[in-house]
Design a protein around this ligand. Structure first.
Ligand code: ATP
Ligand code: MG
Ligand code: ZN
Ligand code: ZN
Length: 277
């Protein structure tokens, strides 16, 4: 049996950083595909005739392309759900991990409920959503987009400039149609009413089309705020403003219709040593 390639462990692709985003490449061991010798098609006999069919390596190129379109931040390109850890006193992290593990096994995302991960810094919220995006694009060939809430509001704001290079529609449409959308850091920066309305429309259109949203935030919804501020959350640097106030009641209630809230309480991994993580 052939030993798996040392460079890619047999995955056929490698992930690195290119500027601010994670970037995947088809590994050398597959670029010069042994099946098709780089032709990207193979000849098959069908009904007595030889016909050209796309080689399996084409799928790999397509998955790598999907990953590169997803916009995973540099540094999060190789996160996996399997490597997400939680301690005995952190059942909330366990629940979050289970939920993301289930997403990986879903046949498709149609009508799947989304998740809103709420929690203080460093508990692994971005880790889980980027792991989902990486797995879903590279292993399953399903398109995903990862956007940062603050960047998204800034891009929408840019469209009203006279010399704008992007239109609002150009920003929103791809985010409406993509099968899996991840929005990181809801409420980071205070979006204007106008920006929030556009994002509200985006979410509403996805809701109507039964398309999933996974999101993260440091802001606790009102209903969870008191309990968590009395508990360990305050120590962990949680903010005291309710999420509803940051993103507006309308956007908040839309999200609640399509996503389950998982409050993640646990230790800040950024402050933990490697051994304890
Ligand atoms: N439970 C965990 N198991 C393994 N690694 C973790 C876990 N939580 C966080 N990490 C790692 O710690 C770092 C910080 O995690 P991450 O960025 O996901 O935190 P976050 O919850 O998104 O924080 P913030 O609210 O500041 O955005 C990352 O490198 C991540 O991979
Ligand atoms: Mg984060
Ligand atoms: Zn390889
Ligand atoms: Zn091939």
């Amino acid at each position: 049996m052939n030993r798996p390639c040392d460079l890619c462990d047999g995955h056929g692709y490698r992930v690195s950083a290119r500027g601010e985003v994670a970037y995947a490449q088809v590994c050398e061991c597959r670029v010069a595909c042994p099946e098709c010798k780089g032709q990207r098609f193979v000849l098959r006999v069908e009904g007595g005739y030889e016909v050209a069919a796309p080689c399996e390596c084409v799928t790999l190129f397509e998955r790598v392309r999907l990953f590169n379109l997803a916009g995973v931040p540099a540094g999060y390109g190789e996160k996996t759900v399997a490597e997400f850890r939680y301690g005995r006193g952190e059942p909330a992290l366990g629940r979050a991990k289970t939920r993301f593990g289930q997403y990986e096994k879903k046949a498709d995302f149609d009508s799947a409920r989304g998740v809103l991960l709420v929690g203080p810094p460093g508990v692994g919220k971005t880790h889980l959503v980027t792991a989902l995006v990486g797995y879903t694009t590279l292993q399953r060939g399903i398109a995903c987009r990862f956007v940062d809430f603050f960047d998204l509001t800034a891009r929408i704001r840019e469209t009203y400039r006279r010399d704008a290079t992007e239109s609002e529609l150009g920003i929103i449409e791809p985010l409406v149609s993509v099968p899996v959308l991840a929005i990181d850091d809801l409420g980071k920066g205070r979006g204007s009413n106008y920006e929030l309305t556009i994002i509200d429309q985006l979410i509403t259109r996805r809701y109507n089309a039964r398309r999933i949203v996974v999101a993260t935030t440091n802001y606790f919804p009102e209903a969870h705020l008191k309990q968590h501020l009395d508990g360990p959350a305050r120590r962990m640097g949680a903010t005291t403003e309710p999420l509803e106030e940051r993103i507006g009641e309308r956007l908040f209630s839309r999200l609640c219709e399509m996503a389950d809230i998982i409050v993640m309480e646990g230790a800040d991994r950024r402050q933990m040593t490697g051994a304890r993580r």
